[in-house]
Design a protein around this ligand. Sequence first.
Ligand code: FEO
Length: 163
Amino acid sequence: MISKKMIDDINAQVNAEMWAAHLYLAMSNDAWRMGCRGMSHWLRKQHEEEMLHAYKFIDYLESRNVEALLVDITDVPTRWKHPKSMFEQVLEHERKITQRIDALCHTAMTEGDYATFNFLQYFVAEQVEEEASAMEIVDTLKCMDDDIAALYAYDTSLLAREK
Ligand code: FEO
């Protein structure tokens, strides 16, 4: 049996994933405005991935006979000064999501809810990947400093992201 606290915490995660999806779509739009087509594409893919995460949590609640409750998505930033500060925020945000997933795992384990604990393992692995890919972009942008030619070449390489 899934507890009320576990349901509430997973429901909050549905909304956190939707918020992240909105954040990355806003970033994608702003990267496009800056002329960074590759980053815009990468962030659009990231937006799609966050929506898939939200669907996974919704589907899990439904498999436990619980309806997910959506809340308004508010206070999403829409402008960034530079691609570097944008991706620093991506990394910071993914680290926060990792903390949230860890807290969900802790609750599931503490409550002896092994079904939920097992379900969450997908996200434990996913967060390692999410942080690593954001960190790689931040580190690369730091190395380039203000080298516009290098930035353009790197931006173009990000158009290759498929998933
Ligand atoms: Fe759904 Fe990027 O964590």
